[in-house]
Write a protein that binds this ligand. Sequence first.
Ligand SMILES: C[S@@+](CC[C@H](N)C(=O)[O-])C[C@H]1O[C@@H](n2cnc3c(N)ncnc32)[C@H](O)[C@@H]1O
Length: 229
Amino acid sequence: MKLNDEKSHIFEAELGPDSQLQHFFKDNIVVIRTGFFRNRSLFRDLLTSVLPSITGSKSFRSPLQIWSAGCSDGREPYSIAMASADFLKKKRPGVKLSVLGSDINEQQIQIAKKGEYSIITAEQAALEPYAHHYHIKDNKLQMGRAMLQTVSFKHENIIEARKAIPFHILFLSNVLLYYEKEYRKNIVSRLANLILPGGCFYLESVGGRFMRSLGFERMNTESHFYIKI
Ligand SMILES: C[S@@+](CC[C@H](N)C(=O)[O-])C[C@H]1O[C@@H](n2cnc3c(N)ncnc32)[C@H](O)[C@@H]1O
């Protein structure tokens, strides 16, 4: 592992099953940084393009399967689940939703399973439209029962991930920037096989040309969503 000189919060790591990463991610506050509805364009594209396209396709079969890999304390998969649940209720009633969150950091997964969070002022406005999915008690946000049932969590290293079922949408957001280019490509190639045709991969830090070689097209020039052709 070595620190990148220009951006001291970014490092390059050799990823192996017995690497020091488990300890590093447990202890390093910067690399686990996350938030509710953290990335506006992600949610805009999800609601306006990705969900309508996937669930509107003839080959689509319920349930809608979503995976947030490298989900930190769960705020990302809960945000995705709240937004998707409301979309489905309004536009595709009858379609069921299943969201998986996974992370190499066991502590973060334990927080995620509880679904209880300190309220951060900067997140409040984005959370407000989804207040029917959580309650506030003693200044803490607690995800409601339906969300706790919709989102499941797993302690897992993405490089070792095995999945029994393929996914419609896979999020790998703010995870790959910590890895060397060749490892990024390795991880992305393996995960690409776990996405259904017509499904989407959300990721940064690998180029469009590489994604095309795996059979994905960028949704549009601004977007980090890639569609599996
Ligand atoms: C900066 S956080 C991003 C969290 C969330 N995806 C977001 O964008 O808000 C990166 C997360 O990726 C996790 N991570 C890094 N490498 C991983 C790996 N090989 N397997 C599983 N999780 C990993 C870290 O533990 C951390 O929680």
